[in-house]
Structures are given as C-alpha cells and as structure tokens.
Design a protein around this ligand. Sequence first.
Ligand code: ZN
Length: 163
Amino acid sequence: MGKRIERTRASGTLTEAMFWAKIRAALRNASRWWKPISVVRIKARRKYVGSNRRQKYEYRCNKCKNWFSDKKISVDHIVPVGSLNCASDLPGFVERLFCEESGLQVLCTDVCHEEKTKNERNGKHIIHSKKNRVVGRTATTRRKRRNSPVKRRRVSKRINKNN
Ligand SMILES: [Zn+2]
C-alpha cells in the first residue's frame, strides 16, 4: 500500500488525520446538547394522530413540506459545517457547527437530506455527517479519482487525510 504516514500526535499513536478526526468527532458529539438543534426540532413538530400508537409527534420537512416520524428526519445545517483537517479549519467549523436556530432546518432524511448531501458531494464540500456514509463515500470518490487524470488533486489529498 501507500507509504506509511508519520504518527505525529498523542505520543506517536495518531497521525494528523486521525488526530483531527478525533477532534471532529468530539465536537460533533458535543453539538448534541446544543440547544438550537432541539428547539428547531420541537418547532417543526405537531401531535401525531395516526394509527401508530407509539408515535407521539410528526415533523415537517422544511423542503418537501411532508410530515415524518422522528426517525425519518434530521436537523440540517443550512450552511454545511464542512471539513476539519487542520487547525485553521477550526474557527469556521465551530462557528458553523454551533450556529443559531436560523442556521438550522429539519429535513426528511431519506429524500431531502440525502439529496442535499449528494449535491454537496458533487460540489466542493466534503461533508462529514454520518460516519458510515462518509467512509463509503470517500472510498468511492477515491476510486474514481484514482482512475481519472491528475485533476482535482487537492480534493483527493483531503479525502485521504480523513481516513
Ligand atoms: Zn423532505
């Protein structure tokens, strides 16, 4: 495989990429108690009156305006939080991640949120939302890049750093 990357962090146990992945995960985790996220969720909901006895509320997707159960929606950062690969990414990352209610919206996960992340993927941003999806996505992207000419080298470098 490729050449070994030096472990410059945490007593020689972490590469730069691993270090920043940890910081990113920790910040993402911390954003779970961020009040605006739960407020936006609550504001998008109404009492559910359908046949499912266990469902108390339903939530309105800000894009398609349909109603979904809590498992089918996610609170989306309207301005993508973006990547965190180095110290200079940190201020913007934190500002975007911990934004106020006006920077957040409820989207249905399967259609509208999926579509949004797909568009962002095709653009410049690589979004780190759900861990599993990012792994699958970067693998595919990397494969594509490898088979294509030298184009967009910076992006593939960034993706490799994220693993
Ligand atoms: Zn939707």
